[in-house]
Design a protein around this ligand. Structure first.
Ligand code: CA
Length: 224
């Protein structure tokens, strides 16, 4: 596969549509992989790095919503849901569980191509990155960056930031953070959490003049 070609996984059980998509995508210089089965699509998406996934909802063995839900537990590959059903409930469910975009059949190929360009352009961060505004955390490489600049963190600082990023929008108590980041047998008070939050703020918030980690008085901390 050529380096500059972006790869797209098309998950669609209607051969006529997937064939059409393949021709159009290859014409636009994408490499295209086709899956007609939900389970097969999930394992293909998990085992390979795609730049984008086009995902039908009604599929054999595992529906597209379930494929997306399971995929999102592991990686953030951009997904455009493509379905014949234009019911609001489908759209909401899809977007709720992490679809990046949504198109209903019949679709205009030019519009789909435009959306593919949009969602494959956001490749500044790797597929597995946890992103919050300009803050990006990669759990595999254990690298955190702000606006593309690396943040130098100790192991515990990184673990704390990672935990908060994995639980974005959830207020996490000091006790919970102590248990999850330091472990149950840590001997000491929850003050250590406050100390490490201060370290993180001095390395991120103070440097970039932002408020990444929010204190919820009497409760704990949250990244939104
Ligand atoms: Ca279908």
């Amino acid at each position: 596969m050529a380096e500059d070609k972006k790869s797209i996984l098309v998950v669609e059980d209607e051969a006529q549509i997937s064939r059409f998509l393949q021709l159009e995508l290859e014409h636009e210089n994408y490499t295209c992989t086709i899956c007609a089965d939900g389970r097969e699509a999930l394992s293909t998406a998990l085992d390979n790095e795609f730049d984008l996934i086009i995902l039908d909802v009604m599929l054999p063995s595992l529906n597209g919503i379930e494929v997306l839900r399971r995929l999102r537990q592991v990686k953030q590959t951009p997904v455009i849901i493509l379905t014949a059903r234009d019911q609001v409930v489908d759209k909401v469910t899809g977007l709720d569980i992490g679809a990046n975009d949504y198109m209903t059949k019949p679709f205009a190929i030019e519009e789909l191509l435009a959306r593919i360009r949009l969602h494959t352009k956001k490749k500044m961060s790797r597929a597995n990155d946890l992103v919050c505004g300009k803050l990006s955390v990669n759990p595999d490489a254990r690298v955190a960056s702000y606006d593309g600049k690396n943040i130098d963190l100790t192991k515990k600082e990184f673990d704390l930031l990672l935990y908060l990023m994995q639980h974005r929008n959830i207020v996490v108590s000091r006790e919970k953070l102590l248990d999850e980041v330091w472990g149950f047998d840590f001997y000491g008070s929850t003050n250590v959490v406050d100390v490490y939050v201060r370290y993180l703020r001095s390395k991120i918030d103070s440097v970039y003049k932002v408020e990444i980690i929010e204190t919820v008085r009497g409760t704990g901390y949250v990244i939104r």
